[in-house]
Write a protein that binds this ligand. Structure first.
Ligand SMILES: [Zn+2]
Length: 271
């Protein structure tokens, strides 16, 4: 269990997840995270910062430090970059802790006051939660479940371009779970809303925390069942059935979208 009140020791080698405005501090151009004892890093005095123990990575403790935006006190340690740049390293365990760090930092910053009665919240010392001492309202870091699904029709795969995707990049469909829905219901609803089709033979593949800002992507494959492709113009720019042998630019390795597309290609015997 994560004990948020554990403080780092001066000479204890540790991983440092220093978050500022959703960005993470890295120490060099290959986007390595700092891993050293506190006394061996040019860290500022951390007394004034929110610090939380957020787990272990390769038998070393991981500490989250919530820094201010563009905090000059950390310039000697490294620079803040978008967390997406860490995906290229394809280090799933590392990315999972970084995702947790970003989400816990967001949680700490957005739950300083009670949403029910408005007084200041305090961190619970034995679990990752904030509690109101007046009305006892307790909050946990927010996690937003999403489905993401690779749909095939014969040897074709449905890929679409979201409005915020970079030009030329196509991906599989995804959508947020709504209150009261099962994952299967979300999948059928999203696919019908976004593409106008129904699907069958849904299979779970894998999941990935996606800290932009606090999603948990749950990945599936499915097969087309009925309906003509009709892309929803509100959420998507365009979408097509692509032959698995002639794919456009897809999300990079390390993303669950890439993993789902690779799983479908393997199943269909395409390299
Ligand atoms: Zn309260």
């Amino acid at each position: 269990m994560v004990k948020p009140d554990s403080r780092p020791g001066q000479d204890e080698p540790a991983w440092w997840f220093i978050i500022s405005s959703g960005d993470i501090l890295v120490v060099d151009d290959s986007h390595r995270l700092p891993c050293a004892a506190m006394q061996d890093l040019p860290l500022p005095d951390l007394t004034d910062y929110a610090v939380a123990f957020i787990g272990e990575l390769r038998e070393r403790p991981c500490y989250l430090v919530v820094a201010d935006h563009q905090d000059p006190n950390f310039a000697a340690v490294g620079e803040f970059v978008n967390l997406r740049l860490l995906i290229a390293q394809q280090d799933e365990a590392m990315f999972a802790v970084a995702a947790r760090a970003k989400q816990v930092a967001e949680f700490m910053l957005t739950h300083r006051f009670c949403g029910r009665c408005g007084v200041r919240m305090q961190a619970v010392d034995w679990e990752m939660a904030m509690q109101c001492q007046q009305c006892q309202h307790r909050c946990y870091p927010r996690i937003s479940p999403c489905i993401i699904v690779a749909i095939t029709r014969g040897d074709d795969i449905l890929l679409a371009r979201g409005k915020r995707h970079p030009a030329g990049l196509y991906s599989v469909l995804a959508g947020f779970v709504e209150s009261g829905e099962s994952l299967e219901q979300t999948l059928h609803r999203e696919v019908l809303e976004e593409a106008g089709i129904t699907v069958k033979n849904i299979q779970y593949v894998a999941s990935q925390p996606w800290p932009f800002p606090h999603s948990l992507m749950m990945g599936f494959t499915a097969e087309w069942d009925s309906g003509d492709l009709h892309i929803d113009p509100i959420e998507l720019e365009e979408g097509y059935w692509f032959p698995l042998t002639e794919l456009p630019t897809i999300p990079p390795p390390g993303t669950i979208a890439h993993r789902l597309i690779a799983a479908v290609k393997k199943r269909h015997g395409v390299d």
